[in-house]
Design a protein around this ligand. Sequence first.
Ligand code: NAD
Length: 321
Amino acid sequence: MRVLVTGGAGFIGSHVVDALRDAGHEPFVLDDLSTGSRDNLPAEVPLFPVDIRDAEGVRRVFDEVRPEWVSHQAAQMSVSRSVREPRFDAEVNVLGLLTILSESERVGVRRLAFASSGGALYGDVYSPAPETHAAAPISPYGITKWVGERYLEFFARYRNLPCVALRYANVYGPRQNPHGEAGVVAVFSTRLLSGQPARINGDGRYVRDYVYVGDVAAANLAALSVELDRRFAAYNIGTGRGTDVNELEAMIRQECSVILQGRGATSAIPLPEHGPERAGDLRSSLIDASLAARELGWSAQVAIQEGLRRTVAWFAGQILR
Ligand code: NAD
């Protein structure tokens, strides 16, 4: 299939591109490179450097590519920026999405998969939340993901565009930006491999459901390709298992130590430093992905130890050249 991946030069999108190519499909990328990079993509994959807010530019890409599937990953994805600049957040995450949906309908896309967010929709949850859990978004980012899903539902029902929303848990893996606010695994891996201590907010007892990016890419492929009898569906994409920041840091430190010792380091990586709590951080966020298992045949395959091993090895390859 010809597949347009918006945000395909970013962290998750570039792994979606890899998964599509591995399955024999033909991906094309639309990305304004605001946080993504050409370096995340194989040279053969066509990249259109276009902003999804530019309706004319997006139209030209759809005319040229004529995609059969769309994987919509492009977004303003900083929660704190959404709080500071809710209007900008809505321009990208609502109006930009509407442009992608309208163009998909116009050229007859067969299915669109959308990157939604479990954590931003469900808020604090102490046991894995199913899709039926009440949505209670508090940040503008969470609000636009929720609104985005409602637009998907509208286009699926009334505009002949089948759509699937994938509510990701906390995604981690190679190519995640260590300078963003979300990627704690990327941030800790980079600091520890450079011999600096991790900085943990508050007591570190913040539980998250960490899902490996390769599994998230596989979920996108399943969401586009599996036969579904519903025109709109939303699925949680996570593991249902919680890890707190203290445990996560200890596991990453272990992986980094093995790599650094293998390169002849003699001193131990310093222990983490604890700073103040970050206002508004959820205490616990866990999602139940059993619906995706039943309907998409998808479940997370990479356990956290293995995912962290792969991720730290990748960052080591970037940092310790
Ligand atoms: P990312 O920043 O690496 O990827 C986003 C990509 O979209 C980047 O390549 C960026 O250049 C591009 N982009 C941003 N604004 C654009 C615009 N106006 N026009 C065109 N391209 C634009 O982030 P990511 O972690 O890969 O996130 C991908 C998607 O997954 C986002 O929709 C995000 O909200 C969602 N998500 C991510 C997580 C996570 O844990 N990383 C969790 C839940 C949901």
